[in-house]
Design a protein around this ligand. Sequence first.
Ligand code: NDP
Length: 236
Amino acid sequence: MSHERVVLVTGGNRGIGRAIAERFVSEGYTVAVTARSGEGPEGTLTVRADVTDATSLDAAYTEVEQQLGPVGVVVANAGITKDTLLLRMTEEDFDSVVSTNLGGAFRVVKRAAKGMLRAKWGRVILISSVVGLYGSAGQINYSSSKSALVGFARSLTRELGSRGITANVVAPGFIETDMTAALPEDTQAEYKKNIPAARFGAADEVAAAVVWLASDDAAYISGAVIPVDGGLGMGH
Ligand code: NDP
């Protein structure tokens, strides 16, 4: 199947973002990724952007529009962790995580909304996390930023839902990427015990849900939170 639709994925040089970009390419979409470093997968356009900086994101977005045409699908994926317990968490630990994970989504979606309104079609997909609603000791900054994306998608659905635009959240559980490789082995083993699927997920399993949300089959789904977590978060 081939698509005229253009997709932009933030943080598409590695991890989940890269897998999302690869899957959109394999489905025939025209794909751009933002990256601070490195390159997106083969067949994508890579543009430089730091999602904490509206000016750099704006310039990158304009470059994508100029080279590939109007963007129909935006995936806000770029994210970081700075884990520590509340009493040790600095203002900087808190602000940098919130500004990347939540502020980054705000900046790219705000920039994208104009073109989507013009086209009367758009797909906004925000990459949250199971810990947004489940909670996680040592991740007050991260879980706050991730649960906020649910309110974001639902408010956006109410603002733009009548214009052919959907906004959804994908909430991965533990996925094998650099982010989880950084966890100590005993912590990883402990997490696995609590996952009904008894394994970490693959980035491509998250990508499959994202690509489906962007499809015409998902046109009537908006404001939803789709877990891809092997059953870890059930009901959260
Ligand atoms: P990685 O650490 O592997 O990759 C993070 C990506 O985000 C990189 O491309 C990185 O770019 C980019 N990024 C970080 N900060 C910025 C910034 N300021 N500006 C632009 N790009 C930035 O993470 P994952 O692939 O594991 O995670 C991707 C998303 O999925 C995140 O939002 C994460 O919270 C979420 N998630 C991940 C889970 C997991 O188990 N792995 C579970 C649940 C959610 P660079 O290479 O330049 O640093």
